[in-house]
Design a protein around this ligand. Structure first.
Ligand code: SF4
Length: 346
């Protein structure tokens, strides 16, 4: 079994050679792709389609969740290749390039950044000049694809070496990851199991219907959608753009919304956008979850429950959070605090 550290690295940077080798060692077979892995691969593609960041599931959770995440990347690439869309290929590469930038930017030590330089087989020297982080040879720099933000003319050059700040080094790696992913697509899909083709077709249709312009949905009530956590935000986005959710996803989102004091009218308005909308059924679920007391009968799910339902999209904003509702309340409190010195608004 790979070490936790290897799993975390491969999960954060699934395009890396290290992730590829790990998959090889684990003897991952396309015939054995589980429902969970397929679901994660689809979420990767859906986020790419929507140009939304993709939050990896399970960092610091179980090895199994991390492996699912690592396997989902090549599975997503196969689905993408079956869908034959250059535009989507680019969006997919961009999603992971931005993820890479985000991860590296937040790392306190430089270990992962340097490991990625090794992974891309780029020779570097750490800089003795504190204004810079490292240097690469001019030859090496010029042999890299040219990037808008990293033009040679903007760099410090001395003795045939190009000096990069830490931020430039991160940009350099995230741009390389974009290039690597985008140029690896499409991949050969001859002989892949039937279920890949079937899932790719379903996704194609889903993306097609998402493209149909539904007017943007806005709550009339008090819910501050910018404060809801990644898991609920994803479900909310999916529903408000007209897609249907699984039963368990519906239930978790409904419990979250009702416990966040969403009104019956807004609740109905949101659920009416789902392609399988049935007003009576939605009202029944609303009343059932709400109950008759002031406090709803069903509480909002805990993070553990959401993880169990494979719906957690944890990212760094979830640090210290135990439930999606807790996340939302914390953000509301922070907003209140930040407004304190000002005069009361509205
Ligand atoms: S709030 Fe909890 S369940 Fe939701 S994404 Fe964050 S950690 Fe996952």
């Amino acid at each position: 079994m790979p070490s936790k550290e290897e799993l975390i690295f491969a999960q954060m940077f699934p395009f890396s050679d290290k992730a590829k080798n790990l998959i090889k060692k684990e003897k991952f077979l396309l015939e054995d792709v589980s429902e969970e892995v397929m679901a994660r691969a689809k979420i990767m593609l859906l986020n790419a389609f929507r140009k939304k960041p993709y939050s990896v599931n399970g960092i610091s959770f179980s090895n199994e969740l991390m492996l699912n995440e690592i396997y989902a990347f090549p599975v997503a690439k196969i689905l993408l290749s079956e869908m034959s869309s250059f535009d989507l290929n680019r969006k997919f590469a961009l999603t992971f390039s931005l993820n890479t930038f985000g991860f590296l930017e937040k790392e306190k030590n430089n270990d992962k950044l340097l490991r990625l330089f090794d992974d891309f087989k780029i020779k570097f020297s750490l800089s003795e000049n504190k204004a810079f982080f490292l240097s690469v040879s001019l030859k090496e720099f010029l042999s890299m694809p040219s990037f808008r933000e990293l033009k040679l003319v903007n760099q410090s050059i001395s003795n045939g070496r190009v000096f990069l700040t830490k931020n430039d080094s991160i940009r350099f790696i995230s741009n390389l990851s974009y290039k690597k992913i985008n140029s690896s697509l499409p991949i050969e899909t001859k002989g892949i199991p039937k279920k890949f083709k079937e899932n790719a077709n379903v996704l194609k249709q889903e993306f097609f219907s998402l493209k149909k312009t539904l007017p943007e949905f806005k709550f009339a009530g008090n819910l501050k959608t910018e404060f809801i956590p990644p898991c609920m935000s994803f479900l909310y986005g999916k529903l408000s753009s007209g897609s249907k959710l699984t039963h368990i996803a519906n239930f978790d989102l409904a419990c979250f919304l009702i416990n966040s004091r969403t009104s019956k009218e807004d609740f109905l308005k949101l659920y009416s956008r789902a392609s399988n909308f049935k007003e009576k059924l939605v009202l029944y679920h609303y009343s059932n979850i709400k109950g008759k007391e002031a406090k709803p009968k069903y509480s909002s799910p805990s993070c553990n429950k959401v993880v169990e339902h494979s719906l957690c999209l944890r990212n760094e904003t979830c640090e210290g959070i135990k439930s999606p509702l807790g996340y939302y309340i914390r953000n509301l409190k922070n907003l209140k605090k930040s407004k304190k010195p000002q005069t009361e608004s509205k």
